[in-house]
Design a protein around this ligand. Sequence first.
Ligand code: ATR
Length: 286
Amino acid sequence: MSSHPLDAATELVALIGHPVRHSLSPAIVNAAFREMGLDWAFVVCDVAPGRGGDAIRGAAALGLRGLSVTMPHKDVAAATVDLLSDAATALGAVNCVAIADQSMVGHNTDGTGFVASLEAETDRSVAGEVCAVLGAGGAARSIIRALADAGAREVLVVNRTEATGLAAAAVAPGVARLSSAPELGSAALVVNATSVGMAGSSDSEQRAAVPIDVALLADDALVADIVYFPRRTALLVAAESRGLETLGGLGMLVHQAAAAVEIWTGQEAPVEVMAASAEAALATRR
Ligand code: ATR
């Protein structure tokens, strides 16, 4: 594995978001660039709320090759770029920008990253299945859309707030619909896309919480969590103790980054190397 020093020929890609200083993305993406032998570097820019549009236009002016975009700039990114992929259009949110000749194309690789992780790490397939998504935020919407695009028969959207649940289901018309916990027993795949279970700075109550009662789920359901810190959330622990197959959230992070690397470089991303660097970077976080 060769490593390039930064030099006058180095191509740059940046992550913009706020907050971003604990991001695992530099470790994951720079490992990919090194493995690919590219003189490219991925840097992190903490961009204040309200400055996302300026940052994106500035990135094009500076000749960056692309951007990763995270909260709170995904919506303004969709409004700022010159062209949107179909998924980014439906979601009104962009997490990856490709820049070429001053022209910016916006993509959304979050949901496709989830589906790619599911297909790489389990022997499940989404096609023809009833899937359920817990939550209705940006991550949930992206997954709802990707599950529908991957051929899910139905996507049940279960959310604490009905109005946002309805709006989330509207990203995949004809496939997704608002649902509720008692219906979860019909789902082959249940994805937690709420923030419940995430380790906050000092929020042990949030960390121990589960968004649903796993007793409601079918015996052969797979339970996935997009939360990756902790690696095994309280939901996954509960599902495992009921004998259900589980999938953690780190793979989604890796696969959405792999899709972004492929969009920026036009070359196949080294997913295994990226996954190993994600594991290593996360291990330093305890
Ligand atoms: P992101 O953009 O990262 O997906 P978000 O937009 O803040 O995050 O969305 C968080 C999701 O988690 C929402 O669906 C939220 O439910 P509401 O729409 O009712 O707010 C859900 N969520 C957060 N905390 C929750 C909790 N304690 N119980 C149930 N759902 C929760």
